[in-house]
Design a binder for this molecule. Sequence first.
Ligand code: SF4
Length: 226
Amino acid sequence: MEDWYNALKRDKPDLVDISGGEPLFISWIPNLMRAASSIYFGLSTNGLAQTGIKNLCENRIPNLVSINVSVHPSSKIVGAFERWKISVLSLMAAGYSVHCNIVDAPGNVDAASESIRWMQENDVHFEVSPYEKVSDLGVMMKSGLLCEGGINHLVVAPDGTAWPCLTTLRSPYYKNTSLGNWLDNTIDIRRKPQPCYLNCTDYYVLAKEHTAGDMWNVQARPAEGK
Ligand code: SF4
């Protein structure tokens, strides 16, 4: 936790969004948010880590401004639906801003019909977000893009390795597109591919299909004439 706290202090971001895997399986995550009280946090959880959910509810974290309790209708975990519902209601009762995300993967929205009905009955805010397919991320595009990835937005793995965006991390080119290590303070923005010929999810999918548009503010745009 100290490494993360020190990096947040050194290079203070406006907002840190913690996702997974399942971040609430890491016991010190709530304490990191409490310690870095001048930074806003968002959190994505599947709602099944009940000790972590209890921790958030019993001692509300004011700077945790948004919690996504994602919907996984195909979960094979026994009791997952009931546990997810309890987590959503508990977090809302504790005063958090809660929303539930359903990924528009093939068959997923239909499979989530019972969850959708329950959310509508209980005034739970939810959204259907586009499917960020990773299987096409090895395809290089004919036209290049410029962007503010790495400046407005940094994707950081648990060991501190950082990328300008999720596309670079998820693509087969992840080794060459890493900017360095954020925890070790070795980020070098010059390593970012510009113009970038990757099949940019932020530009080709999110900006066009997500209700939040360019949700990571990378501002990807055509590199005219390049
Ligand atoms: S253009 Fe898109 S894929 Fe390329 S670095 Fe920027 S955000 Fe990432």
